[in-house]
Design a protein. Sequence first.
Length: 180
Amino acid sequence: MAIFLFFFAHIRQFSANSGNVLLFVLIVAAAGLSGCAGPSQVAGPRTAPIGIDAAHRTDVVMAAMSMLGAQYKYGGSSPDQGFDCSGLVAYAVDIATQVKLPRSTAQIASVSQPVSRRSLSAGDLVFFNTLRRPNSHVGIYLGDGQFINAPSSGGRVRIDSMSNPYFAKRFDGARTLFQE
């Protein structure tokens, strides 16, 4: 966003002959805003896994479900402003458990433990490669092959199927924040 604002602020410095360059910069900036991985894409140092009591699984699912239909907003992390994918996950976990998660999908992945797809339980996290990088999208697994997520610009928080061809092709793995 800072890059976009910089270029926007200096738009008058571009000559008429550089219209294609300006268009390219604006397209690149807009493409960066269309992802859902949250404002910070850099994973940072790996931290110790979070171990939330498994008794809170249903609480996390219910908190996420209460946000169904909320507006998608890049960088959003509350019902008032809307959600991106990592904002929805962080919000649901915080409301249900009072555990604060990091803000980006890569950082959330770094504080969770891998689980096999066969071992998925409600409340676990499912990650997808939607922006040509690992863990660029995240949702909360609901059970029966369904997950809740904030999918994209212009969208709303919704339930999707793991077998949906778009998501099935991009599935990166499953992780958990819970200790059994």
